[in-house]
Design a protein around this ligand. Sequence first.
Ligand SMILES: Nc1ncnc2c1ncn2[C@@H]1O[C@H](COP(=O)(O)OP(=O)(O)OP(=O)(O)O)[C@@H](O)[C@H]1O
Length: 253
Amino acid sequence: MTDAKLSARNVSVFYGATRAIDDVSMDITRDEVVAFIGPSGCGKSTFLRTLNRMNDTVANARVEGTILLDGEDVYAPAMDVVELRARVGMVFQKPNPFAKSIYANVAYGPSIHGLARHRDDMDRIVEDALRRAGLWDEVKDRLDASGTTLSGGQQQRLCIARAIAVDPEVILMDEPCSALDPIATARIEELIHELRGRYAIVIVTHNMQQAARVSQRTAFFNLGRLVEFGATSDIFTNPVEERTKDYITGRYG
Ligand SMILES: Nc1ncnc2c1ncn2[C@@H]1O[C@H](COP(=O)(O)OP(=O)(O)OP(=O)(O)O)[C@@H](O)[C@H]1O
């Protein structure tokens, strides 16, 4: 409990009068990859987005309960949301690089957060983030080319580099491979393995093999509830709840 990086306590999320997440509590530690699985519409993305207040941008969304980042209340009025989203970065389903150069995509965050004093510092941050995202060798000779000229898989790694560049503590990934082919998907999965331990990683996925490959713990959601959360090997081989068993064996969902 005490080594939780992120802690959700009795979190419910409403869109207008509809409850999308119902009383979810969980801890996520700093050195693990956690997968969220469950049928379409069960609230995985909604819950993921509460962790760095991405739901703030949805007009009718309301969050109840508490989310703590290193014990600090994420929804406290004093919380700086821009800083929060640097500490808890996000990678989306569809790669969304800015229509700017590869370099500028990665430099954007460090620049608004004042992380580089000189161009040399920024060059180092950009190179380091691209290396850690496994993209450096493919782009080092074309840093001035637009990020949108990269392949889908490269664009997704660029988005990961962009998140990494501000030195986050947590990376949230919302179905990061669903728009990618199997080779690009395998590359992102390798990358998740390499990044594990440096950042807490939470990944929403519809692909159960992917959840089994990349995560140490898996959370199964159904109808807005957290049904079961445990070691990935247990969830996939020996789930406690009947509903989890039905879902992972493909009986519904
Ligand atoms: N902006 C919104 N306004 C109203 N309802 C919403 C909004 N976003 C999501 N919902 C509803 O909240 C519920 C949970 O949606 P969410 O996208 O979190 O589920 P999910 O498990 O991530 O689904 P999927 O796997 O299909 O992406 C669904 O019933 C959805 O229709």
